[in-house]
Design a protein around this ligand. Structure first.
Ligand SMILES: NC(=O)c1ccc[n+]([C@@H]2O[C@H](COP(=O)([O-])OP(=O)(O)OC[C@H]3O[C@@H](n4cnc5c(N)ncnc54)[C@H](O)[C@@H]3O)[C@@H](O)[C@H]2O)c1
Length: 263
């Protein structure tokens, strides 16, 4: 049995726990906040954990965060201190240089690693390979339907169903991850894989015609060009989250335990 601890039991945590249970061969624990209403809904056979001591005695072989940027701050260094990899879904949290340094220091001290999955994105292998190439330019566009941005539209005084597209941001990955940490994890992942937070160009568009959460990636360099369009269906439980994210985490966990590594 492989032991996996998942921090957070929202859309991604639930989908991931169900997928791991369906695969079989995994012993699961879910880290919940004390008094969380999710406690009664965890997968049968899955332990509910509320504190660090319980996480340590579960002895996970990998810890997966699926709870948000604050949970990365709260649990990240402690999880890494157990000497096992921490697979992050809230990669946007790493735009905070001091948190990123603390996580890397904790990983190094414990002889383990921080894993950053593709999540809702594709093409990170290419971006990593192109890193350092001459004339490298990496651009990312997020295009989602108004439902994914309901709170932000309301905050900005826009109607719930705007008649036309609205550009929420035209800037770089640091601005994007700082302003929309829960929504722009992919911009942070792309930045860390490629040209960094300042040089990665990001635009965020609310599109009433969008049929799903789409991610456009464009890379140009002396090596050639890459143009990718990913159209994700939203998670049935959370319109801000792409359905594929839990599968990306599942695939990363399988890679961790696999003899063959796709890099
Ligand atoms: N990398 C990607 O492509 C990508 C894509 C979508 C979402 N995400 C990240 O994944 C996170 C989870 O997404 P979701 O759709 O499951 O969100 P969700 O809101 O459905 O669920 C999050 C759950 O985490 C719990 N939680 C929050 N803080 C916690 C803590 N400190 N300890 C334990 N539990 C805690 C919440 O109670 C909630 O149940 C998002 O916040 C986002 O940062 C990453």
């Amino acid at each position: 049995m492989r032991s996996v601890a998942i921090i957070g039991y929202g859309a991604i945590g639930r989908e991931l726990a169900a997928a791991l249970a369906a695969r079989g061969g995994y012993e699961l624990a879910v880290v919940l906040r004390p008094g969380s209403p999710s406690a009664g809904r965890v997968e049968p056979g899955c332990a509910a954990i509320h504190d660090r001591a319980a996480l340590a005695s579960f002895r996970p072989e990998i810890v997966v965060e699926a709870a948000g940027a604050e949970a990365v701050r709260e649990w990240g260094p402690a999880a890494l201190a157990l000497g096992v990899p921490l697979l992050l879904s809230s990669v946007g949290a790493l735009h905070d240089d001091s948190l990123r340094a603390a996580l890397l220091a904790a990983a190094e001290a414990a002889g383990t690693r921080l894993y950053l999955p593709s999540g809702a994105l594709a093409g990170l292998d290419y971006v990593r390979a192109a890193r350092g190439a001459g004339e490298l330019r990496v651009r990312y566009e997020s295009r989602k339907p108004p439902a994914a941005w309901a709170d932000e539209l309301r905050r900005l005084g826009h109607p719930d169903q705007p008649p036309e597209t609205i550009t929420l941001l035209n800037g770089n990955a640091r601005e994007a991850a700082a302003r929309y940490p829960a929504n722009l994890n992919v911009a942070a992942t792309l930045a860390l894989a490629g040209t960094g937070f300042e040089a990665t160009e990001v635009s965020v568009v609310v599109d009433p015609q969008a049929r799903g959460n789409t991610h456009g990636i464009s890379v140009t360099s002396e090596l050639g060009t890459l143009d990718l369009a990913v159209a994700n269906r939203p998670s049935p439980d959370n319109p801000k989250t792409s359905w594929i994210v839990s599968r990306s985490l599942l695939s990363a966990i399988e890679q961790h335990f696999s003899t063959v590594q796709f890099l």
